[in-house]
Design a protein around this ligand. Structure first.
Ligand code: ITT
Length: 195
């Protein structure tokens, strides 16, 4: 089994990604005792995903997978988007972020939104990016206790439960990260010599 490093400090994301990549021996930044914060200074998900992958690849080499994700809300012109993690300021806090979002949408009838992720796959041979999207709507109140981030207020299209109410197994099969990972895995299957 090949080693693969996940360039994330978010333990929820690490668990989700690990479950989706059973063909690799996945190491997280916690496994590598790499606790430094990686600056997310790019103006978009593509840029931040690339910065995370590059930072970790330059330190450890090997095969690196990084993701940057965000919630894009139509009535807010795509916000919080690339600023999703720190929407309500520092220190980051999922509950305060969600409260700020619900407040911003108080008088809005258009509740459409999407989670978008950009995964960067980096090795000495090549760098590739894969996008994944899941569309849905923003609830008026949080529901459910599973997941993380904005999961309690996001109902994916075709479901009547939020991401925090459905099983993690189900979320992992339909989420933005799942859709990006499917593309990544398809790429690896088509390019067995990549790693
Ligand atoms: P790393 O940078 O260490 O990977 P992070 O939590 O900072 O972890 P992002 O920069 O990608 O990750 O931040 C995106 C934020 O968007 C995240 O903190 C959540 O608030 C939200 N988010 C991303 N994916 C999500 C998901 O599957 N469910 C709910 N919220 C999510």
């Amino acid at each position: 089994m090949k080693d693969l490093i996940l360039a994330t400090h978010n333990p929820h994301k690490a668990e989700e990604l690990k479950a989706m990549l059973p063909q690799f021996n996945v190491k997280t930044l916690a496994d590598l005792k790499m606790m430094d914060d990686i600056p997310e200074t790019a103006p978009d998900l593509e840029g931040n995903s690339f910065i995370k992958a590059t930072t970790i690849f330059e330190k450890f080499g090997g095969i690196v997978v990084a993701d940057d994700s965000g919630l894009e809300v139509n009535a807010l012109s795509g916000a919080p988007g690339v600023h999703s993690a720190r929407y309500a300021g520092k220190p980051r806090n999922d509950t305060r972020n969600t409260e700020k979002l619900l407040h911003a949408l108080l008088n809005k009838t258009n509740r459409n939104a999407q989670f978008r992720t950009v995964i960067t796959l980096m090795s000495a041979k090549e760098t590739r990016q894969f996008e994944g999207i899941v569309k849905g709507t923003i609830n008026t109140q949080p529901k459910g206790a599973d997941g993380f981030g904005y999961d309690p207020v996001f109902t994916p299209e075709g479901y009547d439960k939020t991401f925090a109410e459905i099983s993690q197994h189900k979320k992992n099969s339909i989420s933005h990260r799942a859709n990006a990972i499917k593309r990544l895995v398809a790429f690896l299957n088509e390019h067995p010599t990549f790693c």
